[in-house]
Ligand binder design. Structure first.
Ligand code: TMP
Ligand code: ZN
Length: 410
């Protein structure tokens, strides 16, 4: 179900020199964070359905280009053929999409858009309404079906050079939160080169490792997220290719993301000043090791907080059966005795169990029906929106435990 990965996928550090011949060099990626073995974060199964199993979750750091990555790669077909994650219909996400479309339009006059990892087609639907001609690509059959029903043409498949060869050349390529899920970056970049004409604008949105470390967002580390990118690592990846970094834009979405605007090396304008973010970036192994200490401390604290409430006879539920919830629950070792249920708006997740546990996932209305004493806000990245939405429950005495950036009771 998974393979070991111990060289840098951006710069090739610690890669065996040639196939079959072991590297004689002393190059080794540096282990910086370890969560033991964990269930797959989106493996939400109904009663009786088989689970995918448990896989080690460990982060390695590249001392040459500063990329951090998992020590294993889980078979992508296991992860994505049927995918429970559906793009959030939240207000925050809609606002983010509007900002994204605005920023893309300020850089490109192009009208044809290809979105890689287009999920249920929510972004493309919005772009279509703005006059773009759109095409999505996604490996999840269930999501392609959903997108097509919403009138977003979508091709099933994993994007790479092979698939790109049968796709039309396009003015704008968007890949939101998909690049860090990809193992073979060289193949992905060859695919981008195949669909790009001279003026194509390629927009890759990824969580920014600087924000992950700063906010100690360890719950964004799970088997789907193979890489934790820095700008230095992107430069290292693109250096031998026909593509170059054009511009970087920061967004607050998902706890801190960057949009990498990429163009062909032979396109104009060539010289764009380096962003302050890049000038100031200096992420070293020690930053990740410090992150690891803080994360383990946070895990102990949340476990103690929930167990103390339970010992006092208080009830605790969860909100947001996000992948992040799986990481917290597994790291803290919670079961149904600790968290009675997790409420979530996603129909695909309701009436399943939190991966590796007996904690049921229910509809969102369960919070008001059950009125638990405390609700653990796993979807902390939508904090304000959730606090507003649950005003009534809060007026009835329900308190929220927000675990990130520091445990806080609201
Ligand atoms: P995400 O952080 O990966 O977008 O996942 C957030 C999860 O939380 C997703 O499963 C939807 C769920 N959610 C709710 O149930 N209620 C809400 O109000 C919000 C914002 C999210
Ligand atoms: Zn590297």
């Amino acid at each position: 179900m998974y393979k070991i990965h111990n060289h840098c996928r951006a710069c090739g550090y610690a890669k065996p020199v040639a196939q079959g011949i072991k590297s004689s060099s002393t190059e080794k990626l540096i282990p910086v964070f370890d969560l033991g073995i964990q269930p797959l974060a989106n493996d939400f199964c109904k009663d009786g359905e088989p689970h995918a199993g448990y896989v080690p979750l460990k982060v390695l750091y590249c001392p040459r280009c500063s990329l951090a990555q998992l020590s294993v790669v889980v078979d992508p077909v296991t992860l994505y053929r049927h995918y429970a994650y559906v793009t959030s219909p939240s207000k925050m996400m809609r606002q983010h999409f509007a900002a994204l479309i605005h920023d893309i339009s300020s850089e490109s006059e192009g009208k044809s858009v290809l979105e890689i990892g287009s999920n249920d087609g929510r972004l493309l639907h919005m772009m279509k309404d703005c006059g773009f001609s759109v095409l999505g690509v996604d490996p999840a059959e269930n999501l392609c079906e959903l997108a097509r029903r919403n009138d977003v043409p979508t091709q099933i498949g994993f994007f790479g050079e092979d698939l790109a060869r049968i796709l039309p050349s396009t003015d704008i390529v968007i890949a939101r939160h998909v690049f860090c899920h990809v193992d073979d970056w060289q193949d992905f970049v060859h695919g981008l080169e195949a669909v790009a004409h001279k003026d194509t604008l390629i927009c890759i949105e990824v969580p920014y490792a600087g924000d992950t470390i700063k906010g100690c967002e360890f719950d964004t580390i799970y088997h789907e997220h193979l890489s934790y990118l820095t700008i230095k690592s992107v430069r290292a990846l693109l250096e031998p290719t026909r593509l170059r970094l054009h511009r970087i834009i920061r967004y607050p979405i998902h706890g801190g993301a960057i949009l990498l605007m990429i163009r062909r090396k032979d396109s104009a304008p060539e010289l764009v000043p380096m962003s302050t973010l890049e000038k100031e970036e200096n992420i070293i192994a020690q930053d990740w090791i410090q992150f690891s200490d803080t994360a383990h401390d946070q895990i102990s604290r949340l476990r103690a907080t929930v167990q103390a409430f339970r010992a006092q006879g208080r009830t605790v539920a969860g909100l947001g059966a996000s992948a992040k919830s799986t990481v917290w629950i597994s790291a803290c070792g919670f079961s149904r005795k600790d968290i009675s249920f997790i409420a979530d708006t996603t129909p695909q997740k309701q009436y399943t169990f939190s991966p590796g546990t007996d904690i049921p996932v229910t509809d969102e209305g369960a919070i008001l029906r059950e009125l638990p004493d405390y609700v653990l806000m796993f979807a902390w990245n939508y904090r304000e929106e959730i606090l507003e939405k649950f005003k009534l429950a809060r007026s009835k005495g329900v308190k929220f435990i927000v675990p990130v950036p520091k445990i806080e009771i609201v």
